[in-house]
Design a protein around this ligand. Structure first.
Ligand code: ZN
Ligand code: ZN
Length: 359
C-alpha cells in the first residue's frame, strides 16, 4: 500500500503496475481492447454461367480458398498498434450460397498477447460476367479461317492446328473478350469465330511461327455504333501443305524444298541443278506430288551413265529410270511415282541419315 503514494496506478481501477497502453492494468486493458473486427456478413459475386468471380470490379478465375482469403483481407480491421499478427482461417459450407469463415487471429499490443476468434459469413450472389454477356449475344469480332496450300490437310492436321489456339489462350492474360463464339469444319478447312481481334491476330502470329505460311487479313465494316465504325476481321491462314524433302509441282517443273527461310523456302529443282528462294506467296500455287515418307528407296541392279535398272518393290518387276544429275555409282536411288512413271530424285543432306541407316 505504501508504494502507491506518488507511484503509478491504473487510471480505470487504481490497480498497481505493471501498466499498459494508456496507463491501464492488464485486466482493464484487455476489457477495453479489441484486436480485430470483421463484419458479420460479406457479399461476393460469382458468374452464374461460367463460375468466374468478381473481385474489386474485375472478373477472375479463382478457387474458393482464394475467394475466402480475398474476403478476409478486404474486410478484416486490425487494431492500429497490433504487431506480430498471425492469422488462421477455416471455412464451412452452410449452403450453396453461404459459407462460414472461422478466423483465428493473434497479435501483440503494447507487449500483451491477444488471441481472438471471429466468424464471418460469406454470402454469394449470382451475376453474369462480361464474357458470358457477350457470348450469350453471340458477340464476335473476328473469324480465323484455317486452310492449306499445296495439299489438302487431314482431319488430324486440322485438329492439331486448332489445338494451338488453346495454347495461345493459356499463355494470354485473362481478357474477358478472349473467347470462342463458335467453330466448325467447313469445306476445305476449319473456321473459328472469336470474341476479340487481338486474340485472332495473336493466334495468327503463333501459327506462322510454328508452321510457316502467311496470314491474309480482311477488315469489313458491318455498321456504326456511337459514331464509330464497327468492323469485323477475317484472318485467312494457309498452312503450307509441304515439308522439307517433299516433291512439289511448281511453275511447270518438279521441285523439292530443302530448307525454310524467314518468309518461304529454298527450292531445289529435280531435273537439273537449280536452286531458288521462294516466298510463301510464290508457293501458293504449288502442289504436293508426294510427301517425303512416300518416297521409295531402291538398289540399282545395273546402271550406266544415264539409266538405272531396279526391281519395283510393289510387284518385283524390273523397271528402269533416268538417273538424277547428282548420281554416284553404287548409291541407292530415291524414287517417286509420277504420271505412271518412276522419277529418280537428286538427294539432299536430309536424305542421307536414313539411307546410311538402311545400308
Ligand atoms: Zn485496472
Ligand atoms: Zn461468365
Amino acid at each position: 500500500m505504501t508504494g502507491r503514494l506518488g507511484g503509478e496506478f491504473c487510471l480505470v481501477c487504481g490497480a498497481d503496475p505493471p501498466l499498459f497502453g494508456d496507463r491501464m492494468c492488464e485486466t482493464c486493458m484487455r476489457a477495453r481492447t479489441t484486436l480485430a473486427k470483421v463484419p458479420e456478413n460479406v457479399p461476393w459475386v460469382r458468374c452464374a454461367r461460367c463460375g468466374i468471380v468478381e473481385i474489386d470490379g474485375k472478373w477472375e478465375h479463382t478457387t474458393d480458398n482464394e475467394v475466402w482469403d480475398e474476403l478476409l483481407h478486404r474486410n478484416l480491421v486490425v487494431h492500429e498498434r497490433a504487431e506480430a499478427i498471425e492469422l488462421g482461417m477455416e471455412s464451412k459450407t452452410v449452403s450453396d450460397r453461404h459459407t462460414l469463415l472461422y478466423i483465428q487471429i493473434e497479435g501483440v499490443i503494447d507487449n500483451l498477447l491477444f488471441q481472438e476468434e471471429h466468424t464471418m459469413r460469406a454470402r454469394m450472389a449470382n451475376g453474369v460476367c462480361l464474357t458470358c454477356t457477350r457470348r450469350a449475344g453471340n458477340y464476335f469480332e473476328a473469324t480465323v479461317q484455317l486452310r492449306s496450300s499445296a495439299r489438302r490437310l487431314t482431319e488430324d492436321e486440322f485438329t492439331r492446328l486448332r489445338k494451338t489456339l488453346d495454347d495461345v489462350l493459356e499463355k494470354l492474360s485473362d481478357d474477358p473478350m478472349f473467347f470462342i463464339t463458335s467453330e466448325g469444319v467447313v469445306t476445305g478447312g476449319y473456321d473459328v469465330v472469336l470474341g476479340s481481334k487481338g486474340l485472332a491476330r495473336a493466334w495468327g502470329r503463333h501459327l506462322i511461327s510454328e508452321y510457316g505460311g502467311m496470314v491474309i487479313e480482311t477488315n469489313s465494316t458491318v455498321g456504326r455504333k456511337d459514331g464509330v465504325d464497327v468492323t469485323r476481321l477475317t484472318l485467312l491462314y494457309r498452312k503450307p501443305g509441304y515439308e522439307i524433302g517433299d516433291v512439289i509441282a511448281w511453275r511447270g517443273h518438279t521441285w523439292r524444298p530443302s530448307s525454310w527461310t524467314k518468309d518461304g523456302a529454298i527450292m531445289e529443282r529435280v531435273d537439273r541443278r537449280e536452286r531458288t528462294g521462294a516466298t510463301w506467296r510464290d508457293l501458293e500455287q504449288a502442289k504436293v506430288l508426294a510427301q517425303m515418307h512416300e518416297l521409295v528407296r531402291v538398289d540399282f541392279i545395273t546402271e550406266d551413265a544415264s539409266v538405272g535398272e531396279f526391281l519395283d518393290p510393289s510387284n518385283w518387276k524390273m523397271e528402269s529410270v533416268r538417273l538424277p544429275y547428282d548420281h554416284e555409282t553404287g548409291r541407292k536411288g530415291l524414287l517417286v511415282r509420277k504420271d505412271d512413271a518412276w522419277l529418280a530424285l537428286p538427294q539432299f543432306a536430309i536424305d542421307l541419315p536414313e539411307s546410311s541407316e538402311e545400308s
